[in-house]
Unconditional design. Structure first.
Length: 254
């Protein structure tokens, strides 16, 4: 018997079109979500290639891409991601001569649904499941909706410890809901929030979505705008805890 050939290693950034993920599943490749901190290296490793005013997510993409020896990278550079991702694609193509960098534009419009965003489970557990679902074309499992007591609006944070204080009955809004729905360019879904529940509006520092987060938090009768860079400090967690408790919401303590 010959040696088994290892599957090709392919990275994705943002949410590539479903057709791309379907093709990668058919090829049997190993998919790496480069938005996540996979490689345990200092984020300053990206500094020679991206300025520090780029968000921690895209700097994490560069750190991962430099270390993982990928065959290809599919990076969403359309309106469902950001212009910074477009420039990052150019830089990756220059600094990774052995990797094919393929820009995509995800304008898929078929709703997959958002059961995880609306069910009762630990927020961190649901966020992990939503980010993992980007690598698959499988339909979502059915989860019954719960009555929300709090809201988290925004993007998945680089540091998931941000989510530890939210109650299990937190509903997820913003781009993360678009992510589960597999429609990252769905403007109306991203801007949706529930004015009846206290909601934290979050974006990574230096992300263009900070403008929308701040704007919507100002329109919400009980909204808190929050941005964090690489890691979530005690100050940010204290703000979340105080906001939820002052809103009559019991924080989770895990």
């Amino acid at each position: 018997m010959g040696d088994r050939i290892a599957p090709a290693r392919v990275g994705i950034v943002g949410i590539p079109p479903l057709a791309v993920i379907r093709m990668l599943e058919k090829e049997g490749v190993r998919i790496y979500d480069l938005d996540e901190p996979i490689v345990r290296k200092d984020i300053e490793t990206a500094s020679p290639f991206l300025p520090r005013v780029y968000c921690a997510i895209l700097r994490t993409v560069v750190v991962n891409a430099l270390s993982l020896n990928l065959e290809r990278i599919y990076i969403d550079v359309g309106p469902g991601k950001c212009d910074c991702a477009l420039h990052t694609a150019t830089i990756l193509a220059d600094i990774l001569p052995g990797t094919t960098v393929i820009p995509t534009r995800n304008q898929d419009a078929v709703d997959f649904g958002t059961p995880l965003c609306r069910t009762r489970l630990p927020l961190l557990e649901r966020m992990l499941a939503i980010t993992a679902s980007v690598r698959s074309t499988r339909p979502h499992a059915d989860h019954p909706p719960c009555l929300p007591t709090a809201g988290f609006w925004g993007v998945p944070p680089r540091d998931f410890s941000l989510l530890s204080l939210f109650p299990d009955s937190t509903h997820i809004y913003g781009w993360t809901r678009c992510m589960e729905n597999k429609t990252p360019d769905n403007k109306s879904l991203e801007e949706h929030f529930n004015p009846e529940v206290p909601t934290v509006f979050f974006a990574q520092s230096f992300c263009a979505k900070t403008a929308l987060a701040q704007h919507l938090a100002g329109r919400h009768p009980r909204g808190l705008y929050l941005d964090c860079d690489v890691t979530v400090g005690n100050s940010a967690k204290a703000k979340i805890q105080a906001f939820l408790e002052l809103s009559g919401v019991r924080c989770a303590h895990r």
